[in-house]
Ligand binder design. Structure first.
Ligand code: ES4
Ligand code: ZN
Length: 326
């Protein structure tokens, strides 16, 4: 299959990746031992057996349990370095990664430790692997807006080491409007903004992300397709959607990859991209996501290139760097 080999060789940008979601079970156990952390799972196989989810919350419970082993700067380095060396095999040349600081602050792990370890790996990846990067601080939407505002204050000493802000975790019942003040502040400070919307939440949450939070991208956005006026708005604004096919399958956002809407999104003029979300939990890295699409959908070579180009166009890179990749 020549499309598969084209997809493999294509230089890629990944725009939707939670670094804590790249924590493989092997590393969970290695770090648990190194840090003397007790796990609720006896071994790697029983941890992997917990990776059967029927919705987003099912997954989030396991995701927060898994990241409890991350305590030191070296842990955050090892995590990020493992991700970078893995995606180099997929010919990834640019990454924009999320981290969830509030989840680590809760365990007493400081922002200096988190950002220090992640950035040290990203800088080494730029030098040694030729992978450029952006780092996105993501607020947890199941917590209060005051907690997000407090986190933004804590992040001020690291302002230069953060490229944008995001919003993730449990979507239903936690609309973007809950975070209007904190994202107004992010925008005032000159940061890029991207929020998870329309993964499980209704089209109204995507409208709020656009009109209230003034986002630069939408993460997921699947349910925007239920609202024709919203689709027209997203297309007119040229908004990038960071779509995650294997994530959608594992979290039952779609029942079957053959029903995945990504080609419909392209046909509607939406700038969809292919991403892995939480590769250690959802059964694959970005290359696996491209492969799964090719195996389940009637993707053409033009559509494959379009998806790849959309990622560089939607990346938070300066124009000359983008052009070098297009
Ligand atoms: C996430 Cl798939 C997904 N959705 C919302 N929040 C998240 N955090 C990590 N993965
Ligand atoms: Zn996500």
């Amino acid at each position: 299959h020549s499309l598969l080999s084209l997809a493999e060789r294509m230089p890629k940008a990944e725009l939707h990746l939670h670094i804590e979601g790249s924590l493989e079970p092997e590393l969970v156990f290695q770090l648990a031992e190194r840090n003397q952390v007790k796990l609720a799972y006896a071994d790697i196989d029983s941890l992997r057996a917990a990776y059967a989810f029927s919705n987003l919350q099912d997954f989030l419970d396991v995701y927060y349990a898994g990241m409890s082993v991350l305590l030191t700067e070296q842990d955050f380095f090892d995590l990020t370095w493992a991700y970078l060396t893995r995606v180099q095999q997929d010919n990834v040349v640019h990454v924009e990664i999320f981290f969830d600081p509030q989840a680590h602050l809760e365990r007493g792990v400081g922002l200096d430790v988190q950002i220090g370890g992640i950035r040290r790996a990203l800088e080494q990846g730029k030098r040694e692997l030729g992978i450029s990067f952006r780092l996105i601080l993501s607020f947890l939407r199941h917590l209060s807006e005051d907690s997000a505002l407090e986190t933004l204050e804590l992040a001020q000493p690291f302002a230069e080491q953060i490229d944008g802000f995001g919003l993730d975790s449990s979507e239903r019942g936690h609309p973007p409007s809950k975070f209007a003040r904190v994202f107004a502040r992010c925008q005032q400070l000159g940061y890029k903004i991207t929020v998870h919307a329309g993964e499980e939440g209704p089209p109204e949450y995507v409208w709020e992300a656009l009109d209230l939070l003034k986002v630069d991208r939408i993460d997921h956005g699947n349910r925007a397709l239920e609202d024709d006026a919203l689709v027209r708005r997203l297309a007119a604004d040229g908004l990038t959607l960071t779509v995650c096919p294997l994530s959608n399958l594992k979290l039952c956002v779609v029942d079957d990859l053959r029903q995945h809407p990504i080609l419909r999104m392209l046909d509607l003029g939406l700038k969809a991209t292919v991403n892995s979300d939480d590769p250690a939990y959802f059964g694959g890295y970005i290359g696996d996501n491209y492969r799964a699409l090719i195996e389940h959908l009637p993707l053409t070579r033009e559509q494959l290139y379009q998806l790849g180009r959309n990622a560089f166009e939607g990346a938070w890179l300066d124009e000359p760097s983008k052009q070098r990749h297009l």
